[in-house]
Design a protein around this ligand. Structure first.
Ligand code: ADP
Ligand code: MG
Length: 453
Protein backbone atom coordinates (compact mmCIF):
# COMPACT_ATOMS: atom_id res chain seq x y z
CA UNK A 1 0.00 0.00 0.00
CA UNK A 2 1.52 3.28 -1.11
CA UNK A 3 -0.86 5.79 0.38
CA UNK A 4 0.69 7.18 3.51
CA UNK A 5 -2.54 8.45 5.08
CA UNK A 6 -4.24 5.14 4.67
CA UNK A 7 -1.26 3.21 5.99
CA UNK A 8 -1.02 5.37 9.08
CA UNK A 9 -4.78 5.20 9.68
CA UNK A 10 -4.62 1.40 9.72
CA UNK A 11 -1.58 1.34 11.98
CA UNK A 12 -3.30 3.72 14.37
CA UNK A 13 -6.32 1.54 14.37
CA UNK A 14 -4.23 -1.37 15.59
CA UNK A 15 -2.39 0.74 18.14
CA UNK A 16 -5.64 2.10 19.58
CA UNK A 17 -6.54 -1.49 20.41
CA UNK A 18 -3.18 -2.76 21.58
CA UNK A 19 -2.04 0.23 23.65
CA UNK A 20 -3.30 1.69 26.86
CA UNK A 21 -5.98 4.12 25.71
CA UNK A 22 -4.61 7.18 27.55
CA UNK A 23 -1.09 6.53 26.31
CA UNK A 24 -2.51 6.15 22.82
CA UNK A 25 -4.48 9.38 22.97
CA UNK A 26 -1.64 11.44 24.40
CA UNK A 27 1.28 10.14 22.32
CA UNK A 28 0.09 8.37 19.21
CA UNK A 29 -3.20 9.77 18.05
CA UNK A 30 -1.84 13.20 17.23
CA UNK A 31 1.20 12.04 15.29
CA UNK A 32 1.05 13.13 11.66
CA UNK A 33 2.37 11.11 8.74
CA UNK A 34 4.95 13.18 6.86
CA UNK A 35 6.50 11.04 4.13
CA UNK A 36 8.56 7.95 3.47
CA UNK A 37 12.35 8.08 3.49
CA UNK A 38 13.78 4.90 2.00
CA UNK A 39 11.67 2.28 3.70
CA UNK A 40 10.98 4.30 6.84
CA UNK A 41 7.76 6.04 7.71
CA UNK A 42 8.34 9.56 9.07
CA UNK A 43 5.85 10.83 11.65
CA UNK A 44 5.82 14.29 13.18
CA UNK A 45 4.89 15.58 16.58
CA UNK A 46 4.79 19.16 17.86
CA UNK A 47 7.51 19.37 20.48
CA UNK A 48 11.00 18.03 20.93
CA UNK A 49 10.13 16.62 24.34
CA UNK A 50 7.20 14.64 22.90
CA UNK A 51 9.54 13.31 20.22
CA UNK A 52 12.01 12.14 22.89
CA UNK A 53 9.35 10.45 24.97
CA UNK A 54 7.88 8.62 22.02
CA UNK A 55 11.32 7.51 20.83
CA UNK A 56 12.25 6.21 24.26
CA UNK A 57 9.02 4.42 25.11
CA UNK A 58 6.75 3.71 22.17
CA UNK A 59 8.82 3.54 19.04
CA UNK A 60 9.09 -0.25 18.99
CA UNK A 61 5.34 -0.69 19.35
CA UNK A 62 4.61 1.84 16.62
CA UNK A 63 7.17 0.27 14.29
CA UNK A 64 5.66 -3.14 14.78
CA UNK A 65 2.15 -1.94 14.00
CA UNK A 66 3.31 -0.11 10.87
CA UNK A 67 5.28 -3.11 9.61
CA UNK A 68 2.36 -5.38 10.18
CA UNK A 69 0.21 -3.19 7.96
CA UNK A 70 2.91 -2.98 5.31
CA UNK A 71 5.93 -5.27 5.69
CA UNK A 72 7.88 -3.17 3.20
CA UNK A 73 8.13 -0.46 5.81
CA UNK A 74 10.79 -1.48 8.22
CA UNK A 75 11.29 1.55 10.40
CA UNK A 76 9.61 4.60 11.87
CA UNK A 77 11.25 7.99 12.35
CA UNK A 78 9.81 10.57 14.70
CA UNK A 79 10.45 14.21 13.86
CA UNK A 80 9.00 17.56 14.85
CA UNK A 81 6.92 19.91 12.77
CA UNK A 82 9.88 22.27 12.65
CA UNK A 83 12.31 19.69 11.45
CA UNK A 84 10.19 17.74 9.03
CA UNK A 85 11.30 19.77 6.01
CA UNK A 86 14.63 17.95 6.01
CA UNK A 87 12.84 14.63 5.61
CA UNK A 88 10.52 15.96 2.94
CA UNK A 89 13.56 16.81 0.90
CA UNK A 90 14.84 13.26 1.15
CA UNK A 91 11.52 11.56 0.71
CA UNK A 92 10.93 8.53 -1.42
CA UNK A 93 7.84 7.21 -3.13
CA UNK A 94 6.52 3.73 -3.41
CA UNK A 95 6.59 2.18 -6.86
CA UNK A 96 4.84 -1.08 -7.61
CA UNK A 97 7.43 -3.86 -7.85
CA UNK A 98 10.45 -1.62 -7.23
CA UNK A 99 9.63 -0.70 -3.66
CA UNK A 100 10.72 2.70 -2.39
CA UNK A 101 12.61 5.01 -4.71
CA UNK A 102 13.88 8.54 -4.14
CA UNK A 103 11.31 11.08 -5.28
CA UNK A 104 13.87 12.75 -7.52
CA UNK A 105 14.24 9.72 -9.73
CA UNK A 106 10.49 9.16 -9.92
CA UNK A 107 9.39 12.62 -10.75
CA UNK A 108 10.72 12.64 -14.24
CA UNK A 109 8.30 15.43 -14.90
CA UNK A 110 10.32 17.76 -12.78
CA UNK A 111 11.10 20.04 -15.68
CA UNK A 112 8.11 19.14 -17.73
CA UNK A 113 6.47 22.47 -17.02
CA UNK A 114 7.50 25.68 -18.65
CA UNK A 115 8.85 28.02 -16.04
CA UNK A 116 7.36 31.09 -17.64
CA UNK A 117 3.82 29.74 -17.58
CA UNK A 118 2.88 30.41 -13.97
CA UNK A 119 -0.20 31.82 -12.24
CA UNK A 120 1.85 34.91 -11.46
CA UNK A 121 2.48 35.50 -15.14
CA UNK A 122 -1.14 34.98 -16.07
CA UNK A 123 -3.11 38.18 -16.37
CA UNK A 124 -6.58 37.90 -14.99
CA UNK A 125 -9.44 39.63 -16.79
CA UNK A 126 -13.18 39.30 -17.22
CA UNK A 127 -12.66 36.92 -20.12
CA UNK A 128 -10.72 34.32 -18.15
CA UNK A 129 -11.72 34.92 -14.52
CA UNK A 130 -13.67 31.69 -14.06
CA UNK A 131 -11.07 29.51 -15.70
CA UNK A 132 -8.32 31.18 -13.71
CA UNK A 133 -10.14 30.74 -10.39
CA UNK A 134 -11.03 27.12 -11.14
CA UNK A 135 -7.43 26.29 -12.03
CA UNK A 136 -6.16 27.83 -8.82
CA UNK A 137 -8.65 25.88 -6.75
CA UNK A 138 -7.66 22.66 -8.44
CA UNK A 139 -3.96 23.41 -8.01
CA UNK A 140 -4.45 24.01 -4.30
CA UNK A 141 -6.57 20.95 -3.68
CA UNK A 142 -6.44 18.53 -6.57
CA UNK A 143 -9.15 15.91 -6.71
CA UNK A 144 -11.38 17.61 -4.20
CA UNK A 145 -13.70 20.05 -5.86
CA UNK A 146 -13.95 20.39 -9.62
CA UNK A 147 -13.36 16.97 -11.07
CA UNK A 148 -12.96 16.74 -13.96
CA UNK A 149 -12.19 20.34 -14.81
CA UNK A 150 -12.92 21.03 -18.47
CA UNK A 151 -11.53 24.23 -19.99
CA UNK A 152 -12.31 25.32 -23.51
CA UNK A 153 -11.48 28.32 -25.66
CA UNK A 154 -10.34 29.35 -29.09
CA UNK A 155 -6.72 28.94 -29.94
CA UNK A 156 -4.08 31.04 -28.20
CA UNK A 157 -6.15 32.13 -25.23
CA UNK A 158 -4.21 30.57 -22.39
CA UNK A 159 -5.34 26.98 -21.90
CA UNK A 160 -1.89 25.46 -22.12
CA UNK A 161 -0.50 28.29 -20.01
CA UNK A 162 -2.98 27.48 -17.25
CA UNK A 163 -2.15 23.76 -17.33
CA UNK A 164 1.54 24.49 -16.93
CA UNK A 165 0.71 26.95 -14.17
CA UNK A 166 -1.11 24.18 -12.29
CA UNK A 167 1.89 21.90 -12.83
CA UNK A 168 4.36 24.50 -11.62
CA UNK A 169 2.23 25.29 -8.60
CA UNK A 170 1.95 21.65 -7.58
CA UNK A 171 5.61 21.01 -8.13
CA UNK A 172 6.39 23.79 -5.72
CA UNK A 173 3.73 23.23 -3.08
CA UNK A 174 3.12 19.49 -3.28
CA UNK A 175 6.23 17.99 -4.86
CA UNK A 176 5.28 14.48 -3.80
CA UNK A 177 2.24 14.54 -6.07
CA UNK A 178 2.69 12.95 -9.45
CA UNK A 179 1.47 15.34 -12.08
CA UNK A 180 1.31 14.34 -15.70
CA UNK A 181 0.74 16.70 -18.59
CA UNK A 182 0.19 15.24 -22.05
CA UNK A 183 -1.34 16.48 -25.22
CA UNK A 184 -4.11 14.25 -26.52
CA UNK A 185 -1.87 13.71 -29.52
CA UNK A 186 0.96 12.33 -27.38
CA UNK A 187 -1.51 10.09 -25.59
CA UNK A 188 -2.62 8.70 -28.93
CA UNK A 189 0.91 8.16 -30.19
CA UNK A 190 1.87 6.31 -27.03
CA UNK A 191 -1.16 4.13 -27.33
CA UNK A 192 -0.44 3.34 -30.97
CA UNK A 193 3.08 2.28 -30.07
CA UNK A 194 1.75 0.05 -27.29
CA UNK A 195 -0.75 -1.56 -29.62
CA UNK A 196 1.83 -2.02 -32.34
CA UNK A 197 4.40 -3.63 -30.06
CA UNK A 198 1.89 -6.07 -28.65
CA UNK A 199 4.09 -6.41 -25.59
CA UNK A 200 2.38 -6.99 -22.27
CA UNK A 201 5.22 -5.24 -20.57
CA UNK A 202 4.74 -2.07 -22.61
CA UNK A 203 1.04 -2.29 -22.06
CA UNK A 204 1.46 -2.54 -18.30
CA UNK A 205 3.91 0.33 -18.29
CA UNK A 206 1.48 2.46 -20.20
CA UNK A 207 -1.35 1.70 -17.81
CA UNK A 208 0.80 2.15 -14.76
CA UNK A 209 2.08 5.48 -16.02
CA UNK A 210 -1.43 6.87 -16.28
CA UNK A 211 -3.00 5.12 -13.34
CA UNK A 212 -0.38 6.13 -10.84
CA UNK A 213 -0.75 9.88 -11.20
CA UNK A 214 -2.45 12.23 -8.78
CA UNK A 215 -3.18 14.80 -11.44
CA UNK A 216 -3.65 14.11 -15.13
CA UNK A 217 -3.85 16.97 -17.61
CA UNK A 218 -4.86 16.23 -21.19
CA UNK A 219 -4.40 19.17 -23.52
CA UNK A 220 -6.45 19.58 -26.70
CA UNK A 221 -8.83 16.67 -26.30
CA UNK A 222 -10.55 17.59 -29.58
CA UNK A 223 -7.69 15.72 -31.17
CA UNK A 224 -9.36 12.48 -30.11
CA UNK A 225 -12.42 13.11 -32.28
CA UNK A 226 -12.76 10.08 -34.49
CA UNK A 227 -9.91 8.20 -32.77
CA UNK A 228 -11.98 5.43 -31.22
CA UNK A 229 -9.21 3.26 -29.80
CA UNK A 230 -7.67 6.20 -27.97
CA UNK A 231 -11.06 7.29 -26.67
CA UNK A 232 -11.59 3.82 -25.32
CA UNK A 233 -8.22 3.79 -23.56
CA UNK A 234 -8.80 7.27 -22.24
CA UNK A 235 -12.21 6.26 -20.94
CA UNK A 236 -10.62 3.56 -18.79
CA UNK A 237 -7.86 5.82 -17.56
CA UNK A 238 -10.49 8.41 -16.72
CA UNK A 239 -12.55 5.96 -14.70
CA UNK A 240 -9.57 4.63 -12.79
CA UNK A 241 -8.44 8.08 -11.81
CA UNK A 242 -11.86 9.51 -11.18
CA UNK A 243 -12.95 6.79 -8.80
CA UNK A 244 -9.68 7.15 -6.90
CA UNK A 245 -10.28 10.87 -6.44
CA UNK A 246 -7.41 11.84 -8.67
CA UNK A 247 -7.72 15.15 -10.45
CA UNK A 248 -8.38 15.22 -14.19
CA UNK A 249 -8.08 18.41 -16.21
CA UNK A 250 -9.02 18.54 -19.86
CA UNK A 251 -8.76 21.31 -22.41
CA UNK A 252 -10.42 21.61 -25.75
CA UNK A 253 -10.99 24.12 -28.50
CA UNK A 254 -14.74 23.70 -28.18
CA UNK A 255 -17.42 23.00 -25.58
CA UNK A 256 -18.06 19.37 -24.60
CA UNK A 257 -21.39 19.38 -26.41
CA UNK A 258 -19.62 20.35 -29.63
CA UNK A 259 -17.19 17.47 -29.51
CA UNK A 260 -19.75 15.80 -31.69
CA UNK A 261 -18.27 12.48 -32.58
CA UNK A 262 -16.74 11.89 -29.20
CA UNK A 263 -18.38 8.96 -27.51
CA UNK A 264 -21.46 9.69 -25.50
CA UNK A 265 -20.03 8.12 -22.35
CA UNK A 266 -17.11 10.53 -22.43
CA UNK A 267 -19.52 13.46 -22.76
CA UNK A 268 -21.36 12.23 -19.74
CA UNK A 269 -18.18 12.06 -17.74
CA UNK A 270 -17.02 15.53 -18.69
CA UNK A 271 -20.29 16.88 -17.40
CA UNK A 272 -19.68 15.42 -13.93
CA UNK A 273 -17.29 18.19 -13.03
CA UNK A 274 -16.97 21.84 -13.93
CA UNK A 275 -16.81 23.28 -17.42
CA UNK A 276 -15.36 26.77 -17.89
CA UNK A 277 -14.54 28.74 -20.99
CA UNK A 278 -12.08 31.50 -21.82
CA UNK A 279 -13.26 34.31 -24.04
CA UNK A 280 -11.18 36.68 -26.12
CA UNK A 281 -9.78 39.31 -23.74
CA UNK A 282 -10.87 42.94 -23.81
CA UNK A 283 -8.51 45.77 -24.72
CA UNK A 284 -7.47 46.47 -21.16
CA UNK A 285 -6.54 42.84 -20.50
CA UNK A 286 -4.66 42.61 -23.77
CA UNK A 287 -2.58 45.63 -22.88
CA UNK A 288 -1.91 44.19 -19.41
CA UNK A 289 -0.80 40.90 -20.97
CA UNK A 290 1.55 42.72 -23.34
CA UNK A 291 3.08 44.59 -20.42
CA UNK A 292 3.67 41.35 -18.54
CA UNK A 293 5.27 39.73 -21.58
CA UNK A 294 7.43 42.77 -22.26
CA UNK A 295 8.61 42.83 -18.65
CA UNK A 296 9.53 39.15 -18.92
CA UNK A 297 11.58 39.96 -22.01
CA UNK A 298 13.08 42.99 -20.23
CA UNK A 299 11.74 45.23 -22.94
CA UNK A 300 10.48 48.72 -22.22
CA UNK A 301 7.07 48.87 -23.81
CA UNK A 302 5.50 52.29 -24.22
CA UNK A 303 1.74 52.68 -23.77
CA UNK A 304 1.47 53.86 -27.32
CA UNK A 305 3.12 50.75 -28.75
CA UNK A 306 1.17 48.48 -26.37
CA UNK A 307 -2.13 49.92 -27.59
CA UNK A 308 -0.98 49.73 -31.16
CA UNK A 309 -0.26 46.00 -30.84
CA UNK A 310 -3.37 45.27 -28.80
CA UNK A 311 -5.52 46.81 -31.52
CA UNK A 312 -3.91 44.73 -34.24
CA UNK A 313 -4.64 41.41 -32.66
CA UNK A 314 -7.85 40.90 -30.78
CA UNK A 315 -8.70 37.26 -30.57
CA UNK A 316 -5.48 35.31 -30.15
CA UNK A 317 -2.92 36.13 -27.50
CA UNK A 318 -0.27 33.95 -29.05
CA UNK A 319 -0.52 35.96 -32.22
CA UNK A 320 -0.46 39.21 -30.29
CA UNK A 321 2.62 38.01 -28.44
CA UNK A 322 4.15 37.20 -31.82
CA UNK A 323 3.77 40.84 -32.84
CA UNK A 324 5.39 42.00 -29.63
CA UNK A 325 8.26 39.54 -30.14
CA UNK A 326 8.87 40.90 -33.59
CA UNK A 327 9.10 44.41 -32.25
CA UNK A 328 11.44 43.29 -29.46
CA UNK A 329 13.51 41.44 -31.98
CA UNK A 330 13.57 44.27 -34.50
CA UNK A 331 14.57 46.66 -31.77
CA UNK A 332 17.50 44.51 -30.69
CA UNK A 333 18.54 43.83 -34.25
CA UNK A 334 18.59 47.46 -35.27
CA UNK A 335 19.57 48.70 -31.87
CA UNK A 336 16.80 51.28 -31.80
CA UNK A 337 14.20 52.23 -29.26
CA UNK A 338 10.74 51.58 -30.65
CA UNK A 339 8.27 53.62 -28.69
CA UNK A 340 5.88 55.16 -31.16
CA UNK A 341 3.07 53.80 -33.27
CA UNK A 342 4.90 54.71 -36.45
CA UNK A 343 8.05 52.89 -35.48
CA UNK A 344 6.09 49.84 -34.40
CA UNK A 345 4.26 49.88 -37.70
CA UNK A 346 7.55 50.05 -39.54
CA UNK A 347 8.92 47.11 -37.53
CA UNK A 348 5.86 45.04 -38.27
CA UNK A 349 5.16 46.07 -41.80
CA UNK A 350 6.50 42.90 -43.32
CA UNK A 351 4.58 40.72 -40.97
CA UNK A 352 1.22 42.16 -40.26
CA UNK A 353 -0.53 41.39 -43.51
CA UNK A 354 0.84 38.02 -44.32
CA UNK A 355 0.44 36.13 -41.12
CA UNK A 356 2.95 33.40 -41.65
CA UNK A 357 2.51 30.02 -40.16
CA UNK A 358 3.97 29.78 -36.73
CA UNK A 359 7.55 28.56 -36.60
CA UNK A 360 7.90 25.01 -35.38
CA UNK A 361 10.81 22.90 -34.21
CA UNK A 362 11.51 21.45 -37.63
CA UNK A 363 11.80 24.96 -39.12
CA UNK A 364 14.43 25.76 -36.50
CA UNK A 365 16.35 22.57 -37.12
CA UNK A 366 16.23 23.11 -40.89
CA UNK A 367 17.49 26.66 -40.51
CA UNK A 368 20.33 25.60 -38.20
CA UNK A 369 21.38 22.75 -40.50
CA UNK A 370 21.34 25.05 -43.50
CA UNK A 371 23.29 27.73 -41.67
CA UNK A 372 26.01 25.39 -40.40
CA UNK A 373 25.91 23.20 -43.51
CA UNK A 374 25.32 19.95 -41.66
CA UNK A 375 22.65 17.29 -42.08
CA UNK A 376 19.67 16.83 -39.80
CA UNK A 377 20.83 13.24 -39.17
CA UNK A 378 24.00 14.71 -37.66
CA UNK A 379 22.16 17.10 -35.44
CA UNK A 380 20.10 14.28 -33.92
CA UNK A 381 23.06 11.89 -33.72
CA UNK A 382 25.26 11.18 -30.72
CA UNK A 383 28.32 12.68 -32.47
CA UNK A 384 30.43 14.79 -30.18
CA UNK A 385 32.63 16.64 -32.67
CA UNK A 386 32.66 20.39 -32.27
CA UNK A 387 31.21 21.12 -35.70
CA UNK A 388 28.10 19.13 -34.73
CA UNK A 389 27.88 19.89 -31.04
CA UNK A 390 27.70 23.63 -31.49
CA UNK A 391 24.89 23.64 -34.06
CA UNK A 392 23.01 21.12 -31.94
CA UNK A 393 23.25 23.37 -28.90
CA UNK A 394 22.21 26.40 -30.93
CA UNK A 395 19.18 24.53 -32.23
CA UNK A 396 18.24 23.51 -28.68
CA UNK A 397 18.70 27.07 -27.49
CA UNK A 398 16.49 28.47 -30.26
CA UNK A 399 13.78 25.91 -29.60
CA UNK A 400 13.71 26.72 -25.89
CA UNK A 401 13.77 30.40 -26.69
CA UNK A 402 11.12 30.48 -29.39
CA UNK A 403 8.74 27.63 -28.72
CA UNK A 404 6.66 26.58 -25.74
CA UNK A 405 7.89 23.00 -25.69
CA UNK A 406 8.70 21.29 -22.37
CA UNK A 407 12.38 20.49 -21.90
CA UNK A 408 11.68 16.80 -21.50
CA UNK A 409 10.00 16.77 -24.89
CA UNK A 410 12.94 18.58 -26.50
CA UNK A 411 15.19 15.93 -25.00
CA UNK A 412 13.06 13.26 -26.62
CA UNK A 413 13.22 15.08 -29.92
CA UNK A 414 17.01 15.03 -29.78
CA UNK A 415 17.34 11.27 -29.54
CA UNK A 416 16.23 10.70 -25.95
CA UNK A 417 18.59 13.13 -24.27
CA UNK A 418 17.95 13.92 -20.65
CA UNK A 419 16.32 17.26 -19.82
CA UNK A 420 19.45 18.29 -17.89
CA UNK A 421 21.40 18.03 -21.16
CA UNK A 422 18.86 20.36 -22.71
CA UNK A 423 19.19 22.83 -19.84
CA UNK A 424 22.96 22.69 -20.16
CA UNK A 425 22.85 23.45 -23.90
CA UNK A 426 20.36 26.24 -23.43
CA UNK A 427 22.34 27.92 -20.65
CA UNK A 428 25.65 27.50 -22.41
CA UNK A 429 24.47 29.29 -25.55
CA UNK A 430 22.63 31.95 -23.60
CA UNK A 431 25.88 32.67 -21.69
CA UNK A 432 27.88 32.71 -24.88
CA UNK A 433 25.55 35.20 -26.51
CA UNK A 434 26.50 37.59 -23.74
CA UNK A 435 30.23 36.96 -23.80
CA UNK A 436 30.99 36.03 -27.37
CA UNK A 437 30.07 38.39 -30.24
CA UNK A 438 30.36 35.57 -32.75
CA UNK A 439 27.60 33.61 -31.03
CA UNK A 440 25.45 36.70 -30.77
CA UNK A 441 25.65 37.12 -34.53
CA UNK A 442 24.93 33.44 -35.19
CA UNK A 443 21.77 33.57 -33.13
CA UNK A 444 20.65 36.86 -34.66
CA UNK A 445 21.23 35.56 -38.18
CA UNK A 446 19.23 32.46 -37.44
CA UNK A 447 16.35 34.38 -35.91
CA UNK A 448 16.38 36.61 -38.91
CA UNK A 449 16.30 33.61 -41.23
CA UNK A 450 13.38 32.16 -39.32
CA UNK A 451 11.36 35.33 -39.30
CA UNK A 452 11.94 35.95 -42.98
CA UNK A 453 11.22 32.47 -44.18
P1 ADP B 1 -4.00 27.86 -25.94
O1 ADP B 1 -3.43 26.66 -25.25
O2 ADP B 1 -5.34 28.24 -25.39
O3 ADP B 1 -3.98 27.77 -27.41
P2 ADP B 1 -1.69 29.16 -24.80
O4 ADP B 1 -1.85 28.76 -23.38
O5 ADP B 1 -0.66 28.47 -25.59
O6 ADP B 1 -3.09 29.11 -25.57
O7 ADP B 1 -1.43 30.73 -24.84
C1 ADP B 1 -0.83 31.39 -25.93
C2 ADP B 1 0.08 32.47 -25.41
O8 ADP B 1 -0.71 33.49 -24.83
C3 ADP B 1 1.02 31.97 -24.34
O9 ADP B 1 2.27 32.57 -24.51
C4 ADP B 1 0.39 32.47 -23.04
O10 ADP B 1 1.38 32.76 -22.08
C5 ADP B 1 -0.30 33.73 -23.50
N1 ADP B 1 -1.49 34.07 -22.70
C6 ADP B 1 -2.76 33.72 -22.94
N2 ADP B 1 -3.58 34.24 -22.00
C7 ADP B 1 -2.80 34.91 -21.14
C8 ADP B 1 -3.06 35.67 -19.95
N3 ADP B 1 -4.28 35.83 -19.47
N4 ADP B 1 -1.99 36.22 -19.32
C9 ADP B 1 -0.74 36.07 -19.82
N5 ADP B 1 -0.45 35.37 -20.91
C10 ADP B 1 -1.46 34.80 -21.59
MG1 MG C 1 -2.65 24.93 -26.10
Amino acid sequence: MANIEELWAQAKNQLSISMNITVYEVWVEKLNPVCFVDSSLVLSTITVSAKRTIEARYLDTIREAVSSVNPLITDVIITTENEKEGYLQKQSVYVEKDGFKPLESINKNKNAFLEKYTFDNFVEGKSNAYAFAACKTVADEPGVKYNPLFIYSGVGLGKTHLLHAIGNHLQKHAPYKKVLYVSAETLMNELISVIRNKSMDENNKFREKYRSVDVLMIDDIQFLIGKEATQEAFFHIFNDLYYNNRQIIITSDRAPKDLTTLEERLHTRFSWGLTVDIQAPDMETRVAILKTKAAQAKFTLSDEVAHFIAEKSTSNIREMEGLLNKIVFFSSLTNTVINTKEMANEALKDYIDDKKDAIDASDIIDAVCQYFKISSADIFSKKKTKNIVEPRMVAIYLITDLLPIPLVQIGEMFGGRDHTTIIHARDKISDEIKSNPRMKIIVMDLKNMLLNR
